[in-house]
Design a binder for this molecule. Structure first.
Ligand code: PAF
Length: 290
C-alpha cells in the first residue's frame, strides 16, 4: 500500500475520520523527523497494535529556546518519507509552520509540577512548546493511540499527564515505548548526528553512569546523594561532559528525590542531561533496572 502524504490539518483529520468510520483503529507517532531506528520501532509497535498508522514530521519552533538548534536541526524529509513508507506507515502528516501556527495564534498549553525540574528547568518554555504542539496534533489527527519513546522520559510524563488532565484519555491511549540503543548503549537520538568521532566515542558514558546508579540501588544504596554520586563520578571522570542534571526522580512527577527529601523508591527513574561539546544529550533508566 502506498503512503499518503498530507500537509493540511483538515486533510489529515478527514483521512483518519474515514478510517475510523470503517471501524479501523488508528495509531499516531509524532516526530520532528531525522528519523532513526528508535522512531521506526515506534512505527512497528503502532502497526502491531493498530489497523492504520499516521506519523507526523514537524520541527516545532515553539519548543526550541532562542540559543538552541532549531535552525540547524536536520530536515532530511525525502529520506524520512522513504523510511516511513518502507516501514509500512499508512500516512505522513507534514504540516508547515503556517499551517500549525497561523500568524495570530495566541493560545498555549502549560503544565506545572512535572515541568518544573530536569529539562523543564534547563530549557525554559520547552514543555509549553511540546504540550501545545502535541495537543494540536492530537486534535488534528484524532488517533486512538499515541506512541512515544521513553528516551524522552520527562516528555512522556508531561504528555501523559496532559492527556489525563484535559480528558483526552476518554478517546486516546498513551503508549510509552522502550528506548532503542546503539550496540554500545548510546540512546538513539536525532542529535547524535551532531557528534564528532571523539564525542561519539565518549557518548555511551552516560548510559554507563545510569547503569552504575541502578547497580548501586540493587546493591542496597538508599540515599539519593550516594546513588547520584555513583553516576556523576563516572561522567566527570570522562572529562568531556558538562552535566546539567543527574537525578533520581519520582517517575510519576519527575520531581527529584533531592528536592522532596524523600527516600528513593524502586519505581523511580534516574535521568541525566549533559552537554558534550555543543550537543545536548539526555538519557534515563529505571532505578531498579539492574
Ligand atoms: O519528541 C519529539 O520529537 C517532539 O518533542 C514531539 C513529541 C514530536 C513534539 O514536537
Amino acid at each position: 500500500m502506498t503512503m499518503d502524504v498530507v500537509k493540511g490539518r483538515r486533510d489529515v483529520h478527514r483521512l483518519v475520520a474515514a478510517w475510523k468510520a470503517q471501524g479501523l483503529r488508528v495509531g499516531f507517532v509524532p516526530t520532528m523527523g531525522a528519523l532513526h531506528e528508535g522512531h521506526l520501532a515506534l512505527i512497528d509497535t503502532a502497526r502491531a497494535a493498530c489497523d492504520r498508522v499516521v506519523a507526523s514530521i514537524f520541527v516545532n519552533p515553539l519548543q526550541f529556546g532562542p540559543n538552541e538548534d532549531f535552525t540547524r536541526y536536520p530536515r532530511p524529509v525525502e529520506r524520512d518519507t522513504a523510511l516511513l513508507a518502507a516501514r509500512g506507515c499508512d500516512a505522513l502528516f507534514l504540516p508547515d509552520v503556517a499551517e500549525m501556527y497561523p500568524t495570530d495564534a495566541d493560545t498555549v498549553v502549560s503544565q506545572r509540577l512535572a515541568t518544573e525540574h530536569l529539562c523543564g528547568a534547563w530549557r525554559p518554555g520547552h514543555f509549553t512548546g511540546v504540550l501545545t504542539v502535541v495537543l494540536k496534533l492530537l486534535m488534528q489527527v484524532a488517533p486512538h493511540d499515541i506512541f512515544l519513546g521513553r528516551k524522552d522520559f520527562q516528555q512522556v510524563v508531561v504528555l501523559t499527564r496532559m492527556v489525563r488532565d484535559l480528558d483526552l484519555d476518554l478517546d486516546i491511549r498513551v503508549h510509552a515505548c522502550p528506548t532503542v540503543r546503539e550496540s554500545d548503549g548510546l540512546a538513539m537520538s536525532s542529535r547524535n548526528a551532531y557528534l564528532g568521532p571523539a564525542e561519539r566515542a565518549a557518548a555511551p558514558t552516560l548510559k554507563r553512569a545510569l547503569d552504575a546508579v541502578s547497580a548501586a540501588f540493587a546493591a542496597g544504596v538508599r540515599t539519593t546523594a550516594e546513588l547520584e554520586s555513583a553516576g556523576v563520578s563516572i561522567v566527570e571522570r570522562a572529562g568531556v561532559f558538562k552535566i546539567q542534571y543527574l537525578s533520581v526522580v519520582d517517575a510519576a512527577t519527575c520531581v527529584p528525590r533531592a528536592v522532596t527529601g524523600t527516600a528513593p523508591e524502586a519505581t523511580d527513574v534516574v535521568a541525566v542531561a549533559a552537554m558534550l561539546g555543543a550537543t545536548r544529550l539526555i538519557d534515563n533508566v529505571d532505578l531498579s533496572a539492574r
